[in-house]
Design a protein around this ligand. Structure first.
Ligand code: FES
Length: 126
């Protein structure tokens, strides 16, 4: 579990994967500003990754906001992240060309580039 930031904002992160003991849900809290990959690693969750820099696409996860009326919970994907997700076959060309995604919907993201930005709750499936 991570150390809370000075402002005390924490995000509940729920990890769901068949690779986690019989598809169990693992729930952890993390300080805002952290990447989903770092939260997984610090929580002992073996989320697949290679580069950790947004280049390989191996850490693609489905980020699902919980409580769809709250504030934006993760950062918007940048240009390069969208290109990597497109090359990995996770998103369409029109999604890759769109700078502003509807953050209230589930989206494929690169866990190493997806950062928690608000004290809310998110589900991460991989
Ligand atoms: S680990 Fe390579 S893109 Fe995230």
């Amino acid at each position: 579990m991570s150390t809370p930031p000075e402002d005390g904002r924490m995000t509940m992160v729920n990890f769901l994967s068949p690779s986690i003991s019989r598809d169990l849900l693992v729930r952890t809290s993390a300080s805002t500003g952290q990447s989903v990959l770092n939260v997984a690693r610090s929580s002992g969750i073996h989320l697949p990754f290679v580069c950790g820099k947004g280049d390989c696409g191996r850490c693609a996860v489905k980020a699902v906001p919980v409580g769809k009326t709250g504030p934006m919970m993760v950062n918007m994907p940048g240009f390069w992240e969208r290109q990597v997700l497109l090359m990995a076959g996770k998103i369409t060309r029109s999604e890759a060309d769109n700078e502003l995604w509807n953050w209230r919907m589930a989206h494929w993201r690169l866990a190493c580039q997806c950062q928690l930005v608000e004290a809310e709750e998110i589900l991460v499936a991989f």
